[in-house]
Design a protein around this ligand. Sequence first.
Ligand code: KG4
Ligand code: ZN
Length: 339
Amino acid sequence: MDVTLLAIESSCDETSAAVLQDGVILSNFIAGQKVHEQYGGVVPELASRAHQQNIIPVVDAALKQAGVHKSALRAVAFTQAPGLIGSLLVGTCFAKSLALGLGIPLIAVHHLQAHVLANCIAEPRPAFPFLCLTVSGGHTQIVLVEDYLNMKVIGQTLDDAAGEAFDKTAKILGLPYPGGPVVDKLARSGDPRRFSFPEPQIKGLDFSFSGLKTAILYFVQEQMENDVNFVQDNLADICASVQHRIVSILMRKLKKATEETGIKEVCIAGGVSANSGLRKALAEYGEKNNWRYYIPDFQYCTDNAGMIAYTAWQKYQKGEFSDLSVSPAARAPFAQRTA
Ligand code: KG4
Ligand code: ZN
């Protein structure tokens, strides 16, 4: 099948466009938004405006990088849900206009489904059924993946997401946003066993991170009362200890999921899957428990249109298109296929 698709991702604070040809990604252009750094978190209205400014140059760059003219496109895909509604609207409206202008179909993609399928973009690919731990700034889920478009959530966070736990820790420590990569970097030279943070006792395959966040806050406040330089002098050890706990919470539940389902084909996805501690722990658990484990390439871990393009390619082959009445949604479960 000779098919070229354009995909757009704009669910949060990255404007991204990708071009895919017959299942192969030719370009994956990602523009971040620096404007949020000074606020210590994503400001939704500013994100929408930055998407408006970025979207045309980003799409243009993705087409140029791929060496593809827009007249060669056979469909336009976009992230429809979940995400910040204003940000999603920018991508949705742009995709609709382009599809209408070129007279080609539209493909609506679920952002979390796409994070999971980032694992299938390149060899080695996991075999179905597989389990995926999706850990991002807004979500923490264990997903049972029966097929490209047939997946269900079997465990999820009851409060904060794993990425939020990293970001909030960074905020408590006075580190910049997004905190995950900064904590990760500092943790590399720290002692993960120096400070012990509590592990929540949540039943089943669900997670909770809000107690950990509070424990870190109280711990830091208490230590600072005795020593104002505590954070400064122990930064690497605090980061390593927090990361160690977040990773152990995630990995224990993932192990439980493999035991309950009997599935030993295991993936991770989402922004936090870029974390070096989590990647290392997955390898360790994998070796010990005879899992076949997979991690997407770095460029497909954090938000990117490449994963949207790949998911759209699966939908294209099944004829799953949307008409122009499709609208974005801030929240939405995976669409379960019955056939
Ligand atoms: O998937 P993503 O780019 O966006 C969402 O869909 O949320 O994930 C962003 C999250 C942020 O919380 C960020 O701090 C976290 O992923 N993150 C990391 C690392 N890189 C990104 N967390 C820990 N270690 C990293 N290396
Ligand atoms: Zn994401």
